[in-house]
Each structure stands twice: as C-alpha cells, then as structure tokens.
Design a protein around this ligand. Structure first.
Ligand SMILES: Cc1cc2nc3c(=O)[nH]c(=O)nc-3n(C[C@H](O)[C@H](O)[C@H](O)COP(=O)(O)OP(=O)(O)OC[C@H]3O[C@@H](n4cnc5c(N)ncnc54)[C@H](O)[C@@H]3O)c2cc1C
Length: 417
C-alpha cells in the first residue's frame, strides 16, 4: 500500500506540467467557441488523441497509480482548461471504467479500444444509467433486459436520459433491469455495439453549462445484443441474482442488516465512493481556474486610486476562495488514495470529497464574477462560463443532497430518508 502523500512525485509533476500545457495551449483557447457552438469539440478530442491524452493507456496509467493522485491531478488540470471540453475528453472514461470494473478480460479487450477509436478516427463512448423517472432513485429504473435463451441474445427496451455522448457514441454501456423484484440488486450492464438496430438518440439537451459536452436521451427499442454483451457474463449474473434473492427472502430488501445500514458492503456503493473523488477533482480544476482569474483581476483593476485587492472586502474573499479550494483538493486526494488502496470508506469519504469540492466550485466561481464586477457578468471574461459549468458538479454522479444522505447514513448506520 502506498503511503498517503500530499506531494506529487517527479514523474507525476512531469505529467501534470504536460497536461497543464495542453489545457493552456489547446483547451483554453477553444473554450468560448465550443461553449457557444454547443457541439462536441471533435478537433480538440483528436488533438488529445494525437498527443496520447485521449487514450485508454493514459487513463489506465492514472487510474492504477498506487498513490491515488494520478486521476485527481489529471482531472484538475484538464478541467482547469475548460469543463465542457474536458468532459468531452474524459466522458468516454466513465463508460470504460464501467467495463473495466465489471467486464471479463475478453470484453475489456474487445470493447474498450472501440470506445476510443484511433487518432485518425476518434470515437467516444456513453454510460447510460439515468432515466426520466430514475435519477437519484436508481431503483426506479424501468429499462428492461430480457434473455432470449433460444438465440442467446438479450432484448433491451427503455429510454435513458442525460447520457453524456448518448447517441453519438460508438459503444453505449446500458444499465437495465433483469429482475424487477430485486430493486437495484436486479440490475445488469450491457454493451450495445456500434450500429446496433433499435438504439437511437432522442432529445439533445440545450444546457446551462458544460455546453461543449453532448448530453442526450437514448431510446432503446427492441435492441438485441449477443449474450456475450452482458458485462461479467451470464454465470456471474445468475450467481449474483441468486444471492440477492436469498438475502431478500431472509430479511427483505428494506430491512436493515445486523450492524445497520452503514455496514452494507454494496459493490455499487463502493464503486460510487471510488469514482466520486474524480468529479471532485474536476470541480477543483474549475474553481482554481476562476480563482486565478479573480486574483489577477483584483491585483490589476484600480478603483479609488488603488488596486481593488487593497480592500479587505475583496482580499478576504480571495483568501476564503483559496482556502476552500485547497481544502477541497485535500479531501479529494485522501478519498482517491483510499479508493486505490482498498481502504474502507467508513465515513463515506468519497461522497464527502465530491460534496465539498462541488459546492466550493459553485461558490468560488460566483465570487469570481463578483470580484470582476460588470466584466465578470459578460462573456468577454471566462468566469461567467466557469460559473455556469460549475453548477453541474452538484448534480451529476449524485446530487449534493444524495451525497449528504450517503454520508449521514454511513455515519449513523440509520436508513435516513
Ligand atoms: C449534464 C449532465 C450529464 C449527465 N451525464 C450522465 C451520464 O453520462 N450517464 C447517466 O447515467 N446520467 C448522467 N446524468 C444524470 C445525473 O446523474 C442525474 O441528473 C442526477 O443523478 C440527478 O437525477 P435527476 O436529474 O433525475 O434529479 P432528481 O433525482 O429528480 O432530483 C431532483 C432534486 O431532488 C433532490 N432529491 C432527490 N431525492 C432526494 C432525497 N432522497 N433526499 C433529498 N433530496 C433529494 C435532488 O438532490 C435534486 O435536488 C447527467 C446529468 C446531467 C445534467
């Protein structure tokens, strides 16, 4: 197990500087244009593929870094460049992680390369879980997957919503209900291969922020996928369902186990705890970017014959902004180190990091607008866009309220509603 450290090693510093250069030279200058166009920035993704940032190799290297600091460092730098473009670059990673976490070696080897394409023909992937009536309440999911034994195929029907890269992805990872009696324990994940009939894009959303990232509904109408597209395979699914049925028979899904709710070792919950610090790191990147613009502005803008930072009212805001950003980063790094080293999240430290960092990003970007005055409110300066972008962090991968719910349940062992 790697010791927890608050300092990047030499190799990580080199990677950070390289990513920072890409964010400053390629992402930042393109940010305003793609925000206005509200389209996937394919040329920027292609550029990222050419230099090796948009690739499974790069993502996996950071993901398996034993210090746990690889992913947070990479996310912070890319999202410092621009949140919408960075999400277009890392969005495929969310689907890839779904396959890495649950897929067989063969599935990983077959599908992940198709998610990324190659540098001359880049592709993206989508992870489709949310539905119109199943956002925070994942157990209400309705998309149904039924096994057709005669053909060894799964037939999937339903509508997914809010899918990043939904409909434009080469590979879609779709979560569906295989046993409605078991709530969220009766879900399974499927690969929908490129060009599968029956999968189509529904509405593309016009959004408040991260507008360079494509978000859309995905409609699944009698989508047939081979048995080999069930992530993890049928045998493993049957075993898991049998265990869940046994548990439901003994205690009922709604009855707390001995040791209380806090003791539940739910694999999905553990996965969320491990992935949430990455979203926290995205938020730290956006917050840091806005803080830097505000600090620079406050030291150069003069009113009443002196720089506005000469007023405590402005300087103290900057002091608070920086303090909160640094605190958020420390929570993110701790949770990420715990995830990589298999430390149990006894206080929901993953949720804690995402909650604090995302709320910080919203607050800090709003303060940055205030410090820039009228200029902050215009699109001549980037903080207006950063503030719109920051609002997503308290919503996706579990809203702030859901993070508080998870933390409170973990701390108290009570099924708080
Ligand atoms: C830009 C964007 C990209 C996304 N990308 C993806 C993606 O790639 N794949 C995917 O599957 N999903 C994605 N999502 C979906 C996202 O994860 C959901 O929007 C999120 O989980 C919230 O669900 P909801 O929007 O249905 O809100 P709801 O669950 O309806 O919540 C509405 C409000 O009620 C509150 N609330 C709900 N339940 C409780 C409770 N028990 N206690 C207290 N408050 C509660 C919430 O906190 C929130 O404030 C994306 C969303 C957006 C906006």
């Amino acid at each position: 197990m790697a010791e927890f450290t608050m300092e990047l090693n030499e190799e990580q510093k080199e990677v950070r500087d390289w990513l920072h250069g890409f964010a400053a030279d390629v992402i930042r200058p393109a940010a305003a244009e793609w925000d206005e166009r509200e389209e996937t920035p394919w040329p920027v993704i292609q550029e990222a593929a050419k230099v090796g940032i948009y690739s499974l190799d790069f993502y996996a290297q950071q993901y398996f870094d034993p210090t746990g600091l690889g992913i947070p460092m990479a996310m912070e730098e890319l999202f410092w460049g621009d949140a919408g473009i960075a999400l277009s670059i890392v969005g495929t990673g969310l689907a890839a992680v779904g396959v890495l976490a649950n897929g067989t070696e063969e599935q990983i080897g077959t599908w992940i390369p198709q998610m990324y394409g190659d540098q001359n023909d880049v592709k993206v992937a989508a992870f489709c879980s949310s539905e119109p009536d199943a956002g925070s309440d994942v157990a209400s999911m309705r998309t149904r997957a039924v096994y057709d034994e005669a053909k060894d195929e799964w037939v999937i029907n339903g509508t997914k919503t809010w899918a990043t890269n939904g409909g434009i992805a080469n590979v879609h990872v779709v979560v569906a209900v295989v046993d409605p009696e078991l709530g969220s324990r009766g879900h399974a994940s499927f690969i929908v291969p490129p060009g599968t009939p029956g999968l189509s894009q529904g509405q593309k959303f016009k959004k408040h922020g991260i507008r360079a990232s494509h978000t859309a509904e995905v409609v699944l109408d009698n989508v047939r996928v081979p048995g080999s597209c069930l992530l993890g395979g049928k045998e493993k699914l049957d075993e898991r369902l049998a265990r869940a049925r046994e548990k439901a028979k003994k205690g009922g899904v709604g009855v707390p186990p001995a040791g209380g709710w806090g003791s539940v070792k739910n694999a999905a919950m553990a996965t969320f705890e491990a992935s949430r610090p990455a979203v926290g790191a995205m938020a730290v990147g956006t917050a840091r970017a806005a803080y830097e613009v505000a600090l620079d502005y406050a030291t150069t803008r003069e009113q009443f014959g002196r720089p506005i930072i000469d007023n405590q009212g402005v300087a103290f805001q900057l002091a608070d902004m920086r303090t909160q950003i640094d605190a958020a980063r420390l929570l993110v790094w701790r949770a990420s180190w715990m995830a990589v080293n298999g430390k149990p999240f006894t206080a929901a430290e993953g949720s804690m990091s995402k909650l604090f960092a995302s709320e910080t990003a919203k607050k800090v970007t709003a303060q940055a607008i205030q410090i820039l005055g009228g200029n902050g409110y215009t699109r001549e300066y980037p903080v207006e866009r950063m503030h719109r972008d920051a609002a997503i962090y308290t919503i996706f991968e579990g809203t702030s309220e859901i993070q508080r719910l998870v933390i409170a349940r973990t701390l108290s062992g009570m099924p708080i509603r």
